[in-house]
Write a new protein. Structure first.
Length: 42
C-alpha cells in the first residue's frame, strides 16, 4: 500500500503495520531514506 501526502510518499509493509498497531501512531517505510518514519498528522 502506498499513501501520498502531497509530495511525500510513504509505504506500509508487514513490519510497519505491526509497529503502527503496537505504538498507536501511523508509521511508514521510506524507500528513499531506507528506514521507518512516523508522520505527525494533525
Amino acid at each position: 500500500m502506498n499513501i501520498n501526502f502531497e509530495k511525500n510518499m510513504g509505504y506500509i509493509n508487514k513490519e510497519v503495520l505491526q509497529k503502527t498497531k503496537d505504538k498507536g501512531f501511523v508509521y511508514f517505510w521510506s524507500r528513499s531514506k531506507n528506514r521507518i518514519w512516523r508522520n505527525c498528522i494533525k
